[in-house]
Write a protein that binds this ligand. Structure first.
Ligand code: PAF
Length: 288
């Protein structure tokens, strides 16, 4: 496992392997946990892989008042964790290396209308910053395959769309299943900020999604199941529900009670000051 910080070192290393290996990219912001390690494991399943993992806390995807300064930067312990899964290369650039023209330089708009709904409504500019950095990495590393976690559903949707539009589907995107704690809380770098009370409540978000799924599968109208779950989730004083929504997984458009096909439930809640998101994909059948 080699660690590089500069674009020059990265390119020298990649040039030496590009002809003979399949470059598989795993982007991260560090503060690595089991979820990230599972992304590396997925990446290593690609035949003849050369796995490049980036660690970069991207300033342009954090809005004003968000936790950019507070976001954990734990390079040393990240490298220790990575020993267990051994990516071939770790790329950990400094902000100036990535944003040579400064972080205020204009970015090409890529998120469109989806950039301002759900996560984008509460985090203006987040998806533009995220797509900017992912596209920057893609152009630099030129991977054949990239691995992203399913937990960030809207991020994954937008990345797949960008790969289709901007990279003419030249990069295969692998969607890695969300890794959960025993009580089903999705692993997240932000979980470390949860107080004991908030940590005890946090799994309720995914339980609510399972409950909505069960009701819809049993024939309850989606709008009714969602409304009941919203009432439950908003009654918790510790948490502020941001959204609970049901979308068509193929388009990310909100769906109505007549929908049949692959649906995705989305939830975001600020639990004692910590923003948590989760999702659940399932099939809605035509009523019998
Ligand atoms: O999901 C993340 O950790 C980040 O959004 C990503 C994809 C590494 C881009 O900064």
């Amino acid at each position: 496992m080699k660690l590089v910080h500069s674009i020059t070192e990265l390119q020298e290393t990649l040039e030496a392997v590009r002809e003979t290996k399949t470059i598989v990219f795993v982007p991260t912001m560090g503060a690595l946990h089991e979820g990230h390690l599972s992304l590396v494991e997925k990446a290593k399943e690609v035949p003849n892989s050369f796995v490049v993992l980036s660690i970069f806390v991207n300033p342009t995807q954090f809005g004003k008042g968000e936790d950019f300064d507070k976001y954990p930067r734990t390079l040393e312990s990240d490298l220790v964790s990575l020993e267990a899964v051994q990516p071939d290369l770790v790329f950990a650039p400094a902000v100036d290396e990535v944003y040579a023209n400064g972080i205020a330089a204009p970015m090409k708009p890529r998120a469109g209308a989806l950039g301002s709904v759900f996560e984008g409504a509460s985090r203006p500019g987040h998806f533009e910053g995220m797509l900017h950095i992912v596209s920057w990495f893609f152009e630099l590393i030129k991977p054949k395959v990239a691995v992203f976690g399913a937990k960030d559903a809207q991020q994954l949707f937008l990345i797949k769309r960008m790969v289709h539009r901007q990279f003419v589907d030249s990069i295969e995107i692998i969607e890695a299943e969300t890794v959960r704690e025993e009580d089903l809380l999705a692993r997240s770098s932000r979980n470390r900020f949860l107080s004991p009370e908030a940590r005890a409540y946090a799994p309720e978000l995914f339980r609510a999604l399972l409950d909505v799924q069960e009701q819809i599968t049993e024939g309850v109208k989606p709008s009714v199941a969602l409304s009941e779950a919203r009432t439950t989730l908003t009654s918790e004083p510790l948490a502020k529900l941001d959204y609970l929504a049901l979308v068509d997984k193929r388009t990310f458009a909100t769906i109505d009670d007549d929908f049949t096909g692959v649906a995705q439930l989305l939830v975001a809640s600020v639990v004692a000051g910590v923003r948590l998101i989760d999702n659940l994909t399932f099939y809605i059948q035509e009523p019998a």
